[in-house]
Design a protein around this ligand. Structure first.
Ligand SMILES: [Zn+2]
Length: 64
């Protein structure tokens, strides 16, 4: 599972997402930047910044 927290890219934003595939996390993050932060043009460098901040999330055992 991959996870991305927007606050690592846009200070103060608490939005985050997770998905199985890095590509899906990037897609959702780009969608979020467009709709929430008004980024109409997503540059390649922005994509790279998102990828740099994606972290691998260990599966959590279900509570109880
Ligand atoms: Zn955000």
């Amino acid at each position: 599972m991959k996870t991305f927290e927007c606050g690592t890219l846009v200070p103060g934003c608490s939005w985050h997402t997770r998905a199985d595939e890095e590509a899906e996390v990037v897609r959702r993050a780009v969608d979020h930047l467009r709709t929430t932060h008004g980024e109409e043009v997503i540059r390649q460098s922005t994509i790279e910044h998102i990828k740099e901040r994606i972290r691998e999330e260990k599966p959590q055992p279900l509570a109880r």
